[in-house]
Design a protein around this ligand. Structure first.
Ligand code: AP5
Length: 216
């Protein structure tokens, strides 16, 4: 069973949606740098204020800050069932730092899962996304609607639109993905860790495909 996993893909490819399903099924620790930043923003900490100044415009938070929070998270002792890195690494320096950290904590990366999705669908998904204000569960106004309009199925919290889910910020996020994150596909292909999956399928179908792959 592969258990220390990196989940990659452009904004809106479905990383968070898939991660929540894999975490529920296998008990992996979900390490989402985006969620960690949003939590800090909600609490109004120094990290949150700094992150907000980048995230709201679609820019990447500086490497040294992001690497620092992941280093701290990977040093915790709740990772024996494995971990799912969602949204990290996103740059070559982050990937290089992760190789060092993974060695330091003796938890080598088993697999890098890349979700492929075309740009038209990414825009459709992001512009219609709603998230739970309390637990962050993702929904879509057309294709993943909650049972009760505006209310989270998981925790009953209110649904909202993320501040960076607007046309302008999305354009910047997609640019950063192409320039800074896409080169990581070759980085991990060279290390024979990369597997790509088409995310233009129902999220439960995708979960089944990836589960089979992880259990192989
Ligand atoms: P982050 O939170 O990581 O955002 P992202 O990578 O832009 O990804 P998203 O959360 O937008 O999309 P997703 O792929 O998780 O899709 P989802 O499952 O929600 O990062 C946010 C920001 O934080 C960054 O822009 C950056 O500023 C900063 N940051 C984070 N990490 C960083 C790092 N390492 N370095 C520097 N800065 C960093 O799905 C999207 C929609 O599609 C939903 O509505 C969902 O319901 C729907 N959907 C999902 N799957 C399917 C499916 N199979 N079929 C149909 N619809 C689907």
């Amino acid at each position: 069973m592969k258990k220390n996993i990196i989940l990659m893909g452009p904004p809106g490819a479905g990383k968070g949606t898939l991660a929540k399903k894999l975490v529920a099924k296998y008990g992996f620790a979900h390490i989402s740098t985006g969620d960690m930043f949003r939590e800090a923003m909600k609490e109004g900490t120094e990290l949150g204020l700094l992150a907000k100044s980048y995230i709201d415009h679609g820019d990447l938070v500086p490497d040294e800050v992001t690497i620092g929070i992941v280093r701290e998270r990977l040093s915790k002792n709740d990772l024996d069932k494995g971990f799912l890195l969602d949204g990290f690494p996103r740059t070559i320096p982050q990937a290089e730092a992760l190789e060092i950290i993974a060695k330091e904590v003796s938890r080598p990366i088993d697999s890098v899962i890349n979700l492929d999705c075309d740009e038209k669908e990414l825009i459709r998904r992001i512009s219609g996304r709603r998230v739970c204000k309390s637990c962050g569960a993702p929904y879509h106004v057309d294709t993943m609607r909650p049972k009760v309009e505006g209310v989270c199925d998981v925790c009953g919290g209110p649904l909202m639109q993320r501040a960076d889910d607007n046309e302008e910020a999305l354009k910047v996020r997609l640019d950063h993905y192409v320039k800074s994150t896409k080169p990581l596909l070759d980085f991990y292909r060279d290390r024979k860790l990369l597997s790509s999956f088409n995310s233009l399928v129902d999220s439960n179908v995708l979960l089944d495909e990836i589960s089979k792959f992880l259990e192989k």
